[in-house]
Ligand binder design. Structure first.
Ligand code: NAD
Length: 366
């Protein structure tokens, strides 16, 4: 199979973790006999520096041509006080909208080798295995009107939380379809006791749920969900939620996996005629300016995103499984970065090499 990938390393540790992810992708392609073509592009702070825009036209074109896009992370402290359209994060929102990837899938698993890395008690975390389906192209992050206006005591800021029925329906279908392949349970998160937006969300999700009678649906208010994630994470299978709530809950869920550096994500849109999902793949973490350039970042979230890409966009289930198995083998070996284990640590590069070596040991060449 031909794998046409756009790689957008972005800023900070994005560059370091995607380097390892690319290595793993190349190893999978050579071992299984796929043709890999990787094109690199600019996104985020580096793109502003070089072109003046966080999402240059050239990147837009490349993203629309690629089968799938693999991103690192964006964000540089030098842009912290820049106007909104000149901030690296604008590039992220723009590429998600361009590709119309409206469902962000964030799997969170407690790996046995990492139970002690979580601040939660082992018995709470052990066996946790959930996936957050976050709506990605609507809600407060995109709604208009938005902006800051006025001066002095009259200065005010507005954001708008808006969802249409169609936007809720399509992301709900993704969640129910995923649940069918898992433990067949969807928990929909909202704030329907306060927000009209959430009342529509709950009503539409309930209606869609009726067409999946084999999947159990329950609803939780977002504040309760935040508490249940650390009190009883094993109660969850698929968590379905809107953009802002999903952004916050998925960082909270990272404590189950031991580090935010462990978490992959897949942002998917409609299916192509082939049945494959249009996809944008990236680790959940940001550009981590505090550790950038030190070869310290955990690349496993980015490498896990490669596994998600192989599965969702290319339908290469065996290849995806071989990557997740290799990640698990490396974790079991204790060869991990400092976010997971302060003593006897490995560098970003060493972890990437270890995953490649584990892949080669496990896979029978094509
Ligand atoms: P962050 O995720 O970059 O870092 C939070 C903490 O986690 C830091 O202490 C960092 O060192 C640590 N960390 C993150 N990833 C790690 C990894 N792979 N290995 C080891 N440790 C890791 O979040 P932040 O500090 O809030 O944001 C920094 C910048 O990143 C900001 O500009 C923010 O806007 C941006 N950001 C971008 C994305 C994205 O590109 N998707 C997501 C979140 C934040």
């Amino acid at each position: 199979m031909e794998l046409k990938i756009l790689l957008l390393p972005g800023d900070g540790i994005g560059v370091e973790v995607t380097r390892e992810a690319e290595k793993v992708l190349a190893r999978v392609a050579s071992t299984y006999g796929h043709r890999l073509s990787v094109t690199k592009g600019l996104l985020g702070g580096i793109a502003i520096r070089e072109t003046g825009s966080p999402f240059p036209d050239a990147t837009r074109k490349l993203a629309l041509q690629a089968d799938a896009t693999l991103m690192g992370a964006v964000g540089l402290p030098e842009f912290d006080n820049a106007p909104p359209e000149k901030r690296p994060e604008r590039g992220l929102l723009a590429i998600r909208q361009t590709l119309q990837v409206y469902a962000n899938l964030r799997p969170v698993r407690a790996y046995r080798a990492l139970l002690d890395s979580s601040p939660l008690k082992n018995q709470l975390v052990e066996g946790s295995d959930l996936i957050i389906v976050r709506e990605l192209t609507g809600g407060l992050y995109y709604g208009t009107p938005r902006g800051i206006s006025g001066h002095g005591i009259e200065e005010r800021a507005v954001n708008t939380m808006v969802y249409t029925r169609a936007e809720i329906e399509r992301v709900a279908h993704v969640a129910f379809q995923l649940a069918r392949k898992r433990k067949k349970k969807v928990t929909s998160i909202d704030k329907s006791n306060v927000l009209e937006n959430s009342q529509l969300w709950r009503r539409v999700v309930t209606e869609i749920g009726a067409s999946y009678p084999d999947v159990k649906l329950d609803h939780l208010l977002v504040d309760n969900c935040a508490m249940q994630l650390v009190l009883n994470p094993k109660r969850f299978d698929v968590i379905l939620t809107e953009n802002l709530f999903g952004d916050i809950l998925s960082d909270e869920a990272a404590v189950l996996a031991g580090s935010i550096g462990m978490l992959p994500s897949a942002s998917i849109g409609d299916r192509r005629p082939s049945g494959a999902w249009v996809g944008l793949y990236e680790p959940v973490h940001g550009s981590a300016p505090d550790i950038a350039g030190q070869n310290k970042a955990n690349p496993l979230g980015a490498i896990g995103s490669v596994a998600a890409m192989l599965e969702y966009t290319f339908g290469l289930i065996d290849e995806a499984k071989s990557v997740t198995n290799a990640i698990e083998e490396v974790l079991d070996s204790g060869q991990v970065t400092a976010d997971l284990k302060p003593v006897a640590v490995a560098t970003t590069t060493e972890v990437g090499d270890a995953v490649c070596a584990a892949l080669s040991r496990r896979v029978v060449p094509a």
